[in-house]
Design a protein around this ligand. Sequence first.
Ligand SMILES: Cc1cc2nc3c(=O)[nH]c(=O)nc-3n(C[C@H](O)[C@H](O)[C@H](O)COP(=O)(O)OP(=O)(O)OC[C@H]3O[C@@H](n4cnc5c(N)ncnc54)[C@H](O)[C@@H]3O)c2cc1C
Length: 393
Amino acid sequence: MRLSTIVVGGGIGGLSLGRELALAGLSVVVLERAPKLATVGAGIIMNPNAMAVLEANGMASCVRSRSSPYLARDTYDHRGRRLATRDYRPLYAAGRLAIGALCHRAHLHECLSDGLPAGTIHLDTRIVALEADAGGVRVETERGEVFTADVLIGADGIRSTVRARFFGPNEPVYLGYRSHRFVVPNVDGVEHFTEFLGRGKRVGLVPIGGGQLYVWTTFNSPHKSRAWALESVGALRTLFGELTDSRVRRAFGELESTDGVVCTDIEEVRQPAWARGRVALLGDAAHALTPNMGQGAGLAMEDAAVLAEELTRAARGETDMPRALESYVARRRRRVETIVRLSRQIGEEGQLTGVLACWLRNRRIRREGRSLARTQAALERLLAWPPRAAETA
Ligand SMILES: Cc1cc2nc3c(=O)[nH]c(=O)nc-3n(C[C@H](O)[C@H](O)[C@H](O)COP(=O)(O)OP(=O)(O)OC[C@H]3O[C@@H](n4cnc5c(N)ncnc54)[C@H](O)[C@@H]3O)c2cc1C
């Protein structure tokens, strides 16, 4: 059987699925609403699990060609006193994890779209109708095009149209904080992923290759507030003024205007069902999570790899479509829920505001950081791909 797939959404998850299906020799179209494949001006952390997926699908060398290796993550308090270092190098040297990469989002998107056969992506596509029944799926666009296929995948992000159409309304849950992101010259030569923990505020500095530094923040902010400190560079610097380390000061000092600074609500999608009949959700459409572990894109890539395996089984006649999609969900659910929960907890701790609560948090991070063997085991458990047997059981 020659199985065909329509993917709605040409973000990281949709492009990854397109690549996986094309490699499996299956027919796929990716329908993207945006007129061009553009992305926010920010960096992205490709954790070892994401890089393992990219190694398997042949895209890792492209991503690594313009990136920094993710060697260690250094955590400091608001004044720049070191709390802990998570060193990935021993795990890389022992071949236990794929080497993580820190890069610009635009570069990652470029690699992923270059990895697709010509004609796979249809840009500037406004969907006006989505239908699915036992016989197949059908998508109609504003331009009057009609796409039909065996299966429809919603990889259309946190406010997914496919999710709303087939699974009902489900608004993302706001978690009480927001995040700024921007890219500046790496004047201090920051080598590692470096984060600073304040009270209700954090700043991260991430070298992404080419002499560039990706800067992210988090700050507590009531849902309805528009006080995002984007009116001027001065306002932004003031908001994070309590983080006094010179590297933070210099990174903010490099910012000439707030025009390119992105500010994003931190939200989760808590979606009970990810598949129904011939329709399934992938990536943020199914399980948008907080960015505290740098795992949203990694999980979307893992979803794509697993879903492609299941669709390949359906194409070979080893299973039918609803069962293939159920099997995809069954293989993904537990791991995704673990990472969503851990990531949320890291955010809750990171956004604490009380002096005592922050002091206790910092003390715990310092203490746990000393236990090297435990840290390494935890990293391997979370970041190995494919997951070790205990994780999938
Ligand atoms: C502040 C922040 C920092 C982050 N940092 C990291 C990180 O360092 N590492 C990491 O792994 N993850 C990170 N993430 C998460 C990561 O960005 C997302 O999880 C990832 O982009 C999800 O990919 P996706 O393809 O599911 O969705 P998206 O990237 O949102 O892509 C969805 C695509 O669908 C398109 N679309 C939407 N609706 C339609 C429609 N109706 N028709 C057609 N197309 C449509 C959109 O235009 C878009 O191109 C971060 C997230 C945030 C908020």
